[in-house]
Design a protein around this ligand. Structure first.
Ligand SMILES: C[C@](O)(C(=O)O)[C@H](CC(=O)O)C(=O)O
Length: 304
């Protein structure tokens, strides 16, 4: 049962006070493959990256549950034993929709997901002008997710995110997180932590409840490494733009070169075979042969 085990192993890690999870943000199959190749044991599906890559749009609540579930399902199943933590934005509606989100994410193989207290017309947590639902509505969202999880007897981890810091301050954020914890959320997420002192404080104020740190560089939060976050007492850290950022920079550079020289001028090791190997080429060929297929008997490498 590999699909169940990613959620179970994430839940077990949270029960072990010495375990710490660092998950790079991924947004499509290739970025996830590269993150797995680099040896990460968990992945984070960024909603901002999903909006950017699936729709070419900004993180403004444009992705629907279907968009997010489809991307999450593909990502979670590339390496079904490695936990995928996925953005679930606001849960995409009232309690009924939050329950559907939870069920669909659990069945898709997602190990954990976060639900926040922004209004449906949400925006990235590191933009100004965020509008929030009231605390009771937020708690209802969390309760709907927890109850759906319990009905399914799933280990999927429910992460409660508050965006209240920007407009309502620290005390209100803490109250919202406490209410979410009391409603059964497994992990707390204070979005847009604005100082190192606050990062330490929130861990202390909510201990021993596990907290996740959202490390958006050049956003509202000072740059903290995985080691620093761990030392501060966070149990998980995500880096939403760890692959999207470098991909953007590299694509811009390569396309500038193509425009100038009329050729992308890729590194010589970037053959089609090499690119496909990152995406499981050898496993696919093995699978075909083991089933008795003959289509790839001669391999796919050109003899030069
Ligand atoms: C974590 C996040 O929800 C995401 O979509 O990756 C975003 C990241 C971002 O857009 O800066 C968020 O923090 O709201």
């Amino acid at each position: 049962m590999p699909l169940a085990s990613a959620a179970t192993s994430l839940r077990r890690s949270l029960e072990d006070p010495n375990a710490f999870i660092a998950a790079p943000g991924v947004y499509d199959g290739l970025s996830a493959r590269v993150a797995l190749e680099a040896g990460f044991d968990a992945l984070y599906m960024t909603g901002a990256g999903t909006a950017a890559s699936v729709h070419g749009q900004a993180d403004l609540g444009i992705c629907t549950l279907n968009d997010m579930r489809a991307n999450a399902e593909m990502l979670a199943n590339l390496a079904p034993t490695k936990p995928l933590i996925a953005d679930a934005d606001t849960g995409y509606g009232g309690p009924i929709m939050v329950a559907r989100t939870t069920e669909q994410y659990a069945r898709a193989g997602v190990a954990g997901f976060h639900i926040e207290d922004q209004v449906q017309t949400k925006r990235c947590g590191h933009l100004s002008g965020k509008l929030l639902v009231d605390q009771a509505t937020f708690t209802t969202r969390i309760r709907a997710a927890v109850q759906a999880r319990q009905r399914l007897e799933s280990d999927i981890v429910v992460i409660a995110r508050t965006d209240a810091l920007q407009s309502h301050g620290y005390a209100e954020s803490l109250a919202r997180l406490r209410a979410a914890r009391d409603a059964g959320a497994d992990v707390g997420f204070l979005e847009g932590i604005s100082s190192r002192d606050m990062a330490r404080q929130v861990v202390r104020d909510l201990a021993p409840w596990p907290l996740i740190l959202n490390m958006v560089e050049h956003g509202a939060t000072p740059s903290l490494s995985a080691a620093e976050a761990r030392e501060m007492g966070f149990r998980l850290i995500i880096f939403p733009f760890a692959t999207l950022g470098p991909a953007l920079t590299a694509m811009r550079e390569a396309l500038k070169k193509l425009k100038r020289d009329g050729l992308p001028g890729l590194d010589s090791e970037l053959t089609p075979q090499m690119l496909f190997r990152v995406c499981g080429l050898d496993d696919s060929l093995r699978l075909d042969a083991e089933a008795g297929g003959a289509a790839f008997e001669g391999g796919v490498d050109l003899r030069r």
